[in-house]
Design a protein around this ligand. Structure first.
Ligand code: AMP
Length: 436
């Protein structure tokens, strides 16, 4: 099936041609014809499935077809997103897909100048992409009215709930006209999200793609057991020498659980002569944008992020995701590893698991219905770790070449995976390596 079979208009197909996508992804195939008919949609899908195009392409066509002009201080399509990064990215997609349909696109989110926001919407826009808080500020200042909204999209609703946007969302719904088309996307569908969806949607079509386990299947996953205080050395060695036959660490995304943790990793890596950028909620918007741009361009091929900041980061060619700390919410793990293996490409994810994180690993394996392959620590790990500690401030001398490649266990399907039976109950794997 090709995009032209889906009933999209010529200007949209022309914009798609510039993207050189071969064919629609499953969510695009399922959602686009339904949305073109004007139905509400409940999409259970996460970032990486092509959902932005799935909602943006038919919406552009519907905006063009409805033919209503722009009115000052209004928007015709409102997309709500949980983070600035995701909002920025959706707006970029809207501009790209809408370039031949003459779509006027603006963004509104915290961390930018509200006066600029006021100016951007003053003449009216076709597509407004916003985070909930700043949107409400604008409406309350009477700089924007939502009365002309024809299409509403709620993206990553589960994340919005996690971030405490529930009241904001309920408030926004009262500002919208009842007659509109509503699209609601969420990666997970716990009862609270269902209830929220019911509030927004009328007789929606439901599209469900890539449940958590399916995304996880596309990523080669490994776990290395180590002590918390060994993680830094492990990371340093891995970044320096690569990871077995999947050694080309072209673009590495490292996850920590906290903002503080992210800064600490960057600092310690810097101490070992490895440049990395961090992106998290405490960084200013320009700092975040700068870090992302450097990562995208490859100038800084290592980005350290927290879960929330990483939501919506769309960088192609992430070769490795490293979980410096395992997330305590198993769905986050799936989101994290989904950053590699995007749009069909396979990727590698390596998790560092300390003793106290083992319950998290267990939850993850339960959710994904997969055992994660164990990658033992490098053969000469203790020696290397000590050397790293000793030479942290003296990076230039670190060219002795005695580092050995770190060989993970065979890949899934090659010699059989680490099966539950192989792992002796109650005997942690890391004990199997020689310590010193
Ligand atoms: P999304 O899930 O919307 O964040 O999209 C994930 C990535 O897939 C983005 O980099 C898109 O540019 C890309 N993408 C979207 N649709 C397609 C497609 N049909 N074929 C290949 N890549 C796509």
């Amino acid at each position: 099936m090709s995009f032209s079979d889906l009933g999209l208009s010529q200007p949209v197909l022309q914009a798609l041609a510039l993207k050189s996508y071969d064919s629609p992804t499953p969510i695009q195939r399922d959602a686009i014809p339904t949305l073109l008919k004007g139905r509400d949609l409940l999409g259970i899908a996460q970032t990486g499935t092509g959902k932005t195009a799935a909602f943006m392409l038919p919406s552009i066509d519907r905006l063009v077809a409805s033919g209503r002009g722009l009115r000052p201080h209004t928007c015709r399509m409102l997309v709500l997103a949980p983070t600035r990064e995701l909002a920025g990215q959706i707006a970029d997609s809207a501009r790209a897909y809408g370039q031949f349909a003459g779509m006027k696109v603006a963004t509104v989110f915290g961390g930018t100048s509200i006066n600029m926001n006021r100016r951007d919407v003053s003449r009216g826009v076709d597509v407004l992409v916003a985070t909930p808080g700043r949107l409400i500020d604008l409406v309350e200042q009477r700089a924007l009215s939502l009365r002309e909204v024809e299409i509403l999209v709620l993206d990553e609703a589960d994340q919005m709930l996690d971030l405490g946007f529930i009241h904001a969302l309920k408030k926004i719904v009262t500002m919208l006209p009842a007659r509109r088309q509503t699209l609601f996307f969420s990666a997970t569908m716990p009862p609270a999200i269902r209830q929220l969806a019911d509030k927004f949607l009328t007789d929606p079509a439901e599209v469900r793609v890539a449940p958590a386990a399916t995304t996880a299947e596309r990523v080669d996953q490994f776990v290395s057991f180590c002590r918390q205080d060994e993680k830094q050395a492990l990371l340093t060695i891995m970044l320096r020498v690569g990871f077995g036959d999947r050694g080309n660490m072209d673009r590495v995304l490292i996850f920590t659980r906290t903002k503080h943790g992210a800064d600490r990793v960057v600092k310690l890596l810097a101490g070992n002569g490895i440049a990395a950028a961090a992106i998290h909620g405490n960084k200013s918007q320009p700092q975040r944008e700068k870090a992302l741009a450097a990562f995208r361009s490859g100038d800084v091929p290592i980005l350290v992020a927290t879960d929330i900041a990483a939501r919506g980061i769309d960088v192609s060619g992430v070769s490795h995701v490293i979980n410096f700390e395992l997330p305590n919410v198993p769905e986050q793990y799936v989101h994290r590893i989904g950053r590699t293996a995007r749009a069909g490409a396979a990727g590698v994810a390596v998790s560092f698991c300390a003793e106290d994180e083992r319950p998290y690993l267990k939850d993850i394996e339960k959710l994904t219905r997969q055992k994660v392959d164990v990658a033992p620590l490098p053969a000469n790990f203790n020696q290397e770790a000590n050397r790293i500690k000793a030479t942290r401030k003296n990076v230039a001398s670190d060219t002795s070449g005695e580092e050995r490649r770190w060989e993970p266990r065979p890949r899934r399907g090659e010699v059989g995976r680490h099966a539950g039976a192989v792992k002796p109950a109650g005997r942690p794997r890391q004990r199997q390596r020689a310590r010193g």
